[in-house]
Design a protein around this ligand. Structure first.
Ligand code: AMP
Ligand code: MG
Length: 339
């Protein structure tokens, strides 16, 4: 089954064609990073305009690269939740228009489910597993029971991990997006130089939750002290290394605990922050657990993961109607990703 996937939830316009959820025939991505860089963050209006400009030419390119014609595609999928409203409307309107024009089924995909499926493209993963989603907008620990059965057992109670990395990097003026900038700065820093406070959410209904606002503020305050007295015995690299270590370690402990408590020795990580090598090394220390990270090209936003998940979801739920809407926020995350 050939699936055309469209992704336009944030600052990447992407179109892919994937066969049977595994074979990526094309995966075209137009990144808007340079367009948002001057503002150190995504400007929604600029993002919408660029999605509109790129989406049709990228679809044509995806078909050409895959060596297929649009009429040969069996299913058309778009990320229709969660994300920036402008991008969601554009990607989903285009997907539904193609579906209507070509008389093909359409399916709307939760962008976060797509991130979880980025590892399924390259690996055969057994259920159940503990899923960890770490992106610019979400931080979630999930028990994944089958292609369509999930239970979100933990989330951040404030900032997402990626958002905390982005905000700290913005204050430090070390680059955008912040995650890769902090990763790079941390390479020359000492992770044990500072012991940033971490949240200790231990009550039974919070034991898999995390919080990033405290550690983010602490990292920003360290910078302010450093700027007053730059001759001190530490560098921005030390702050970056210590902050990155603690921010990841807090989550690593919770995921490890979930894997032990639920007796599930399999962990699947997805979302933009999963591109981080230090995070990968941390999880690689779990020798008695199978850990899956996506291949780097599927870690940040892409449409191959949307098409891959659409294939699996379609087998179980069938198509969505062309009256399907778009949803910037997904409230059901606390209970289940499936709606
Ligand atoms: P997403 O929301 O899935 O598109 O992912 C974007 C988020 O991933 C942003 O917060 C980025 O800073 C973060 N990110 C991307 N690459 C890396 C990296 N190498 N290390 C840490 N965070 C990263
Ligand atoms: Mg994403």
């Amino acid at each position: 089954m050939l699936v055309l996937g469209i992704e336009s939830t944030c600052d990447e316009t992407a179109v892919a064609i994937v066969k049977d959820g595994k074979e990526v025939l094309s995966n075209i991505i137009a990144s808007q990073i340079k367009d948002h860089q001057p503002w150190s963050g995504v400007v929604p209006e600029i993002a919408s305009r660029l999605h509109l400009k790129k989406i049709i030419p990228l679809t044509e390119e995806a078909c050409k690269t895959a060596g297929v014609e649009l009429k040969d595609v069996d299913l058309i999928a778009s990320s229709n939740r969660p994300g920036l409203i402008g991008g969601l409307i554009i990607g989903t309107a285009v997907a539904k228009s193609y579906a209507w024009m070509l008389d093909k089924p359409f399916i709307g995909i939760n962008h976060m489910e797509g991130h979880l499926y980025s590892s399924h493209i390259t690996c055969d993963i057994e259920f159940p597993y503990v899923g960890l989603l770490v992106s610019g907008g979400h931080t979630m620990i999930i028990i994944v029971k089958s292609h369509t059965e999930y239970e979100v057992i933990g989330t951040t109670i404030d900032d997402a991990l990626g958002e905390a990395l982005d905000k700290v990097a913005k204050h430090y003026n070390i680059g955008y997006p912040g995650g890769p900038a902090i990763e790079k700065a941390a390479l020359d820093g000492d992770k044990d130089k500072f012991h940033f406070p971490i949240s200790n959410l231990y009550k039974s209904d919070r034991q898999y939750d995390v919080s990033y606002s405290g550690i983010k503020t602490a990292a920003i305050n360290h910078l302010e002290k450093y700027l007053v007295n730059p001759g001190d015995t530490y560098t921005v690299n030390d702050i970056a290394a210590s902050f990155q270590h603690k921010a990841f370690d807090m989550l690593f402990r919770k995921v490890k605990k979930a894997s032990i408590d639920y007796k599930i020795p399999r962990i699947v990580v997805g979302g933009g922050v999963s591109a981080n090598q230090y995070l990968r090394q941390m999880f690689a220390t779990l020798t008695d657990t199978q850990v899956y990270f996506p291949s780097l090209k599927y870690a940040t936003d892409n449409a191959a993961m949307i098409a891959a998940y659409a294939y699996h979801k379609f087998q179980e739920t069938g198509a969505d109607g062309l009256d399907t809407g778009v949803y910037p926020r997904v409230t059901g995350f606390k209970i289940s990703l499936v709606q």
